[in-house]
Write a protein that binds this ligand. Sequence first.
Ligand code: FES
Ligand SMILES: [Fe+2]
Length: 450
Amino acid sequence: MSEIDKKFQSKNFKSWNNSDLKNIPVDGKRYNSHAFMEKEWEFMWPKVWLLLGREEEIPNPGDYQMEDFGKESFLMVRQDDDSIKSFYNVCQHRGARLTFSDVGTAETFNCPYHGWKWRKDGKLIEAQDSEDFPQGDPCQNLRLEEVKTETFAGFIWINMDKNACSLKEWLGPIWDDWQAYEIHKWKRYVAQTVNMPCNWKIILDNFNESYHLNTVHAPEKAVTKKRMPSGVDTSYKSTQFDLSDEGHNRMIMQAGYGPAGSFEEGGIIEDPLATVMRDWEIDPDNFTGRGFDTREAIQKAKRKLGPKRGYTHYENLHDEQLTDAFHYTLFPNFAVSLWADGFHFLRARPHATDPEKCVFDNWWYASNPKNEISPIRSTVGIHERGNFAIEPDIFNHGEKSLGQTIDQDAVVFIFQQYGLRSRGFNGAYFAGQEKRVHRFHEMIESYFEE
Ligand code: FES
Ligand SMILES: [Fe+2]
């Protein structure tokens, strides 16, 4: 374990294995070359578990959800026995895409080209002139091509590799960490799907490090105090970085502290933390100059009041989880900031043909207690719940805000994409605290070797 890995240890969360790096070079070409993109398509994407759908969006037999993923598209379909089967969204006659609708209910998928009817369990049940096939009746011989499907945390995960390990094995320590939150009961309140002019890995790189927080998100506070206004302790020395053997990462940042300035005499607790405290029946004025004490006070108040207010999952959570930022990146393309009541879903999907484009999902799920009185409260912000967002709002980057923090990240995504094209870039020069970025690229390359 390196010095970085040892710096801070959460009380209740033992560090993961944090295996050493091979220190491969990370050049610019991987972000813009078609050759690298093709390698990912050939060797990596068909082997990994992908978080793709949401169980509650297809509650009844015949309900389906369709998700595009790079050059692929998948149909996830609820079956009569309540299980979910997933298929490539392609007709086995001559390769037409079966449907372009994101969600629906169907007993059969009828190909728009020659009208073949594929039953929801994948069997072909009707083909015109079926006697005219020298190789035999297609209904006797063909099925939709199925992909391995499992569910966890209310999400539908697929793997194109028929011999893939189980999802539980794939997720390793994430499984237990997440189960405590009862995320399967959480609802989606924000769903923005954005066409981004950058490679998908740029987004994951960014979510794999916290080195940029003080410069991209809170530059004016960075010089004197390594704390963001939102009361998250962003210093790498107080952050726990974990790398799992399975290739996933975890970063635990203590949060719930008062903003910069509230540690000194007379320093007041400002919003959003002040509002969060009032929600939990704590008077922020009693904490003037005591910005270090607010974290524990919030934890205690949530413990006491949470179950009565319907936050049943608090019983399963450790104190840290009631306030702190637990940020996970799941290999290869998913990141989440997980708060006691919010799941900031950050997923990058590769573009079908262009390595310098991707699709970025900026979604929020939140706990849904019976007696909910407030919007989604994370200790870094207040997110209006609005209505359930079943249909994602799809647009091009720049057309709408993605929220202040992600807007700031997105600007970086784009100018980094420009810089990475340069023949004058000699490869990344990583800090210790950027180990997760480096490891991410090593994981990708490990698929090319097999
Ligand atoms: S391509 Fe689907 S029926 Fe012909
Ligand atoms: Fe960021």
